[in-house]
Structures are given as C-alpha cells and as structure tokens.
Design a binder for this molecule. Structure first.
Ligand code: HEC
Length: 440
C-alpha cells in the first residue's frame, strides 16, 4: 500500500493540492485499483446487462467475472469512445428519462480495471446479479395482440424494416393508457414503432417499410428499443382506440449470423377514463433535401412556431443513413434559446424515442427550429452508395428524410384545434408535418 501511495505522489497532480497549496494535513485517499466484484460488476449490472444477457440483442452476456475478464480491454475501449452503451444525445443539453449514458467516473473505473489486468476482488462482495423476468412489466394486459405468423429473419444480409398490420378485435371504443412491446426473439430486434389504424386501410398484413409505414396512422403509440421500459401515456392523456382498429407495427430486425424467427406480442392496457389531455406530434420536417454526391456537410433547416403554449414531454428525431448530427431548440418569445435535442453520430440502427425527465414548457409563439447535418461523402462509412450518389427526399433506404417530432401536450386543452390548424398549415406548405406521409 505504501508503495502505491508513493507512486501516486510521484505523479504530478495525482493528489489534489499537492502542487501549489500547502501540504494537506489529512492523509489523501489511497488510489485503489478497481476490482470486478466491488466496482465493475455494479456498473455492468446497471448499465450493460439489460442488453448483454442470454437471449438478448447484444452478442454476448456481461454478467460473470469470466464474461467480463476476457473482454476487459474491449469494454474499456468501447466505453471510452462511448460506442457502448448506445446513447447518442450529447451531454449537458437535456435530461432524458432512461438515459443509458455512463458517467466519466464509471468509464474511468472500467479503464483502470482493464489496465490493472482485470482483477476479480473478493467474491463475497459481488452484488446479486439482476434478474430479467419474462413477465409483462405492468401486470396482465387488458388485451394481448400477437403477430399471427412468425417472421423469418435470414442469417445475414442487411437490416430489415418490416411493417405488420394486425387486427385487434376490439369490439368497442377504448382508451389506451400503456403499451408493452415484447419480441419473442430479442436477439434480432433493434426497435419497434407502434401505431393504430382505424381507417381500415387496405394494406398487405406485412410489407417491407424503411423510412415510413406507408399509410397515415390514426394514432402513434410510441416506440420500443432494447432495455427501455413499457410506454406509459402521461396521466389523463390516454390514446383513443376505435372499435375494430388495427395495430400497425414497424419492426427493425438486425440479422445475427444465423437464421432466426420472431413472433412479437403487444400488451395493451386500457382505461375507461376519456383523456383530458392529448399528446400531439409537433413535427418539424423538411422535404427540401437534395444532397450532391461527395458533399460532407449538408445542412437541412426547418422551423415551426407553436401558436399555443405546450409542454414538450419527449422528442423523436428521424432521418436515414447519411445524417450525422441532429439539433433542435426553441426560441422562446423573450428570445431565450431552449434546447430540445443535441445528438451527434446519429446511427439509424440505434434510433430511440427520447422522453424528457421533466416536461419542457414552450409558451405560445415559441419558434421550434431544427438543423440536421448530412454527410454524403465516401468517407462516411454509413453511406449506402459507393461511390456517393445524389440523394433526395424519400422513404426508401437510399433516400433521406429530416424530421424532428416534439411530443407536446397543450397546456390548455381547448386550444388544441389552433395547434392542429397551424400544423396542418405547415403540411400544406409542404415544409413540415408528419413524416408518416403515405408513400407515393
Ligand atoms: C441497448 C443495448 C445495449 C446496451 C445497454 C449495451 N450494449 Fe454493448 N452491444 C450491444 C449490441 C447490439 C452489440 C453488437 C454490436 C452492435 O450492434 O453495435 C454490442 C456490442 C458490444 C461490444 C462488442 C463491440 C465489438 O466491437 O465487438 C462490447 C465490448 C460491448 N457491447 C460492451 C458493452 C458495455 C461495457 C456496456 C455497458 C457499459 C454495453 N455494451 C451496453 C447492445 C448493448
């Protein structure tokens, strides 16, 4: 121990105050090497195991000492570069519920542990491993909708974006207060978006869909990605469900090297209380996208001014493969800038829906602005074209989109029609509106 302390003292700045201030009276805390059982396991259990356990989306479990020891260096690297856990919003702009982001201290612990040769530590100090019960997280649903036939995911090839339309057999109108999506095969599902359709659109029960579900859904129910909690609508903001509606699900499958199949289920939780509030999709979107081949910094901007006061509860950014950065903010009537999202290194394969830890109040006449940056150069490893080609707006894999969707609750419910009119106006001017635009 003494040697360790002396070694630490020899490093300039290793002991706070050791350079200029008078020598500290108290003994400085010893620099201890992190060990698996006491220091590393709690991080892996809390931050990694949701995806890194048997049968889940990640390629190997990270639960036991053996799991972690043989990958210690890799763990240190992918956390230092923040490739893992997948979480794209830049720190310091907004607080999101369910953030996967590691603290700097956690990253340091993993790095120092790997550098010290991944010591195990006292097995008696190992905390209890997390359990992942396979039950519905909110109790027995009022309705379970299952994909009638399982979907085959080939061993390899590109990612698959498949839309499913499943009858729900709801005999009377209901109100949805919560939804849980459960893949039967979690190894291959990266995300799912859920909608309802009461218009009885005539559509195949299943079809490939990449950037758009290809129909105008009646309601959006929200999304799912690995490790995320079930969707709960805010108190009083249940989503109406008309009798005989259908469930629309867009599911993103990522082949994992062997043939897989999935037959997902969706649990719906109803309430008889009609909503007194509504969550509105305030979409700030642009179709003016025309990116020349080779252009490494192509910027798309759009804005929408909300005529009524709203509380933003979440945000859903949408673009395809070329997008690199997504920023959104509101200029409040007094001129103050309120950030809504700042995301770097956008990865279509890790798209999420972000919920704010606290709602953000946007007074009437707040101007919501979005700014997306695209890289259509050969240097962008996610460029689907080699060599790069001109890319324009569209729903296909090789087209691009630009949409920032603020999930907003009107502060005064009676003002909702005014917001609806303004959003519709934006759609009519063809500069904004819903990205779930029917495909042509
Ligand atoms: C939301 C799910 C999720 C979480 C949380 C997560 N991972 Fe991963 N991890 C994956 C997936 C999926 C892969 C496979 C590669 C890919 O798709 O990016 C992966 C791959 C990895 C790899 C292999 C990278 C390579 O280059 O082969 C390491 C190491 C890793 N994760 C470590 C971690 C650590 C450490 C944590 C927690 C601090 C963590 N992951 C949290 C999903 C997750």
């Amino acid at each position: 121990m003494l040697a360790l302390l002396l070694a630490a003292a020899a490093i300039p700045g290793a002991i706070p105050g050791s350079t200029s201030a008078p020598p500290p009276v108290l003994t400085p805390p010893p620099v201890l090497t992190p060990v698996f059982t006491k220091d590393v396991a709690p991080i892996l259990y809390r931050r990694c195991a949701t995806c890194h356990h048997e049968g889940e989306v990640a390629p190997f479990p990270l639960l036991t000492y053996e799991d972690a020891r043989k990958r210690a260096r890799l763990i240190a690297d992918v956390t230092a570069s923040r490739r893992m856990p997948p979480w794209k919003p830049v720190e310091g702009y907004n607080h999101f519920a369910g953030s996967r982001r590691l603290s700097d201290a956690e990253i340091q612990t993993l790095r120092r542990w790997a550098a010290a040769g991944a010591p195990q530590g006292n097995p008696a100090l190992l905390p209890k491993a997390p359990a992942f019960p396979d039950d519905w997280q909110l109790g027995t649903p009022d309705l379970v909708v299952q994909l009638p036939e399982s979907f085959d995911v080939p061993a390899d090839g590109g990612d698959l974006y498949e839309c499913f339309i499943v009858p729900m057999d709801v005999p009377r109108d209901r109100f949805i207060r919560a939804v849980e999506f459960r893949p039967s095969n979690r190894r291959v599902v990266h995300h799912a978006l859920l909608f309802t359709d009461s218009a009885q659109s005539r559509h195949e029960p299943r079809y490939p869909c990449f950037g758009s579900v290809g129909l105008l859904p009646t309601e959006g129910l929200g999304g799912w990605s690995p490790g995320m909690a079930p969707i709960r609508l805010p108190e009083g903001a249940a989503v109406p469900l008309a009798a005989r509606s259908k469930l629309v699900a867009q599911v993103h499958y990522h082949p994992d090297g062997r043939p897989e199949r999935d037959q997902w289920t969706v649990g719906l939780y109803f309430t008889d209380r009609p909503p007194v509030r509504r969550v509105v999709d305030v979409g700030v979107a642009s179709k003016r996208i025309d990116i020349p081949p080779g252009e490494a910094h192509y910027v798309v901007r759009e804005h929408f001014t909300t005529p009524i006061a709203v509380d933003a509860i979440g945000i859903i950014p949408h673009a395809h493969l070329l997008c690199r950065e997504m920023r959104g903010w509101a200029i409040l009537p007094g001129g103050k800038k309120q950030w809504l999202l700042n995301l770097r290194d956008w990865d279509f394969n890790w798209q999420d829906q972000f919920q704010y830890a606290q709602p953000i109040r946007l007074p009437a006449d707040s101007r919501i602005e979005m700014e997306f940056v695209y890289d259509n150069s050969a240097a962008n490893p996610r460029n689907p074209n080699s060599p790069p080609e001109r890319v324009t707006w569209g729903a296909g894999t090789k087209d691009e989109m630009a949409g920032l969707h603020v999930q907003a609750i009107p502060v005064h419910m009676e003002e909702l029609p005014e917001l609806g009119k303004a959003l519709w106006g934006a759609v009519m001017r063809s500069v904004g509106g819903s990205f779930y635009r029917p495909e042509k």
